[in-house]
Design a binder for this molecule. Structure first.
Ligand SMILES: [Zn+2]
Length: 87
């Protein structure tokens, strides 16, 4: 079985600002993580959706509560939140 056949499971983080569905004051919504480590102190990179323009990007767990959209709010560029298959 190829690894790409396994559907990605999105998981809640620990803490209310990294739960799936959390909406921060800037309109950025947490969509969970799939086990990819973040680039900051936060243990995971979270998939984040901008509810204003629809942009989807990655956010460190520690930044979720104050994240700004990279596309329409001048926030920092998104980080990788998806898994890369190692061959
Ligand atoms: Zn946006």
């Amino acid at each position: 079985m190829n690894e790409t056949d396994i559907p990605i499971e999105w998981l809640d983080g620990s803490g209310e600002t990294v739960e799936i569905g959390y909406l921060n004051p800037n309109g950025q919504q947490c969509a969970g993580h799939c086990g990819v480590p973040g680039t900051d102190h936060g243990p995971y990179a979270y998939k984040t959706e901008c509810t204003i323009c629809g942009y989807v990007y990655g956010t460190n767990g520690s930044d979720m509560f104050e994240r700004h959209c990279p596309e329409c709010q001048g926030g920092a560029p998104g980080i990788r939140y998806w898994k890369i298959n190692k061959k």
